[in-house]
Write a protein that binds this ligand. Sequence first.
Ligand code: ZN
Length: 305
Amino acid sequence: MNENPYYVPGIPEDDTLDHIVIAEGLGGLVKCIAINTTKSAAELCRIHETSSAASAALGRFITGSLLISESMKRPTDKQTTILKCQGPLKGITCVADFGFKVRAYPIENNIPTEYYRPGKINVSAAVGEGTLTVIRDLGLKEPYVGSTQLISGEIAEDFTYYLAKSEQTPSIVSLGVLIENGEVTHSGGLMIQLLPGAGDNEIDYLEARAKDFPEISFLLSEGFTPAKILDLFMGDPDLKYLSGSPVSFECTCSKYRMSEGLIALGKKELTELASDEKGIDTQCHFCNKSYHFTTEDIKELIRNC
Ligand SMILES: [Zn+2]
């Protein structure tokens, strides 16, 4: 028996590492999920050299995407979330593979940062109007695709609206990213969803709990783990921790995958590329790693077209 009341099977031994915790509250009528994405968000923001506003948006977006990827059940499942917006950020693409492995990139990285008050970034000024699209490839014939308009541009509200409208799942979503001296120091989120059988009592209870609940990034900076955040939010002595999992930034790119993209260009385009004796460099959008293809490599790809 583990004596730690916040022990959850599956979480990393070092509970300051990124991880997610899934629990059930109010007698099994509510699903509760909390996540710490600090290290993944910080690494992505370093790779993409994001300004503070872009870091806040990117951190929140990967966190929301990971929270809603929890429903994926099989190792081959994959979820792509696309934020398309008219603000200076222009958009973010995020892919979450089964097992909470995430990669993402913003369209614009170096955008101006506006503040509501010192330390509180105005993310909606960076995002503006737009859409949130979720594509889940669950191994079926067609992927599941859902899309909604952005209602605030602060991202958490946009995920809440998406879940209610597109997936008919009433939810509370809270996302927070803390940035100090241009670096992400804390990033995480919380998602609470009603399960079948929940009614007005549960809704009233959760709305009261959500009112004036501290910001997630503040709680993380105070050393709260996801399990402890859920405990604080729910205030339910019978909260049942079901499972946990590490969360990580992971890119799946390789020279082979890049070559598949090149083959897709077709014979004509490749023949043109092969005429440059220096060869070509291709870069992965997600991790900025570049792959060199020599003229010989390209000729080989043409033979495979
Ligand atoms: Zn990559």
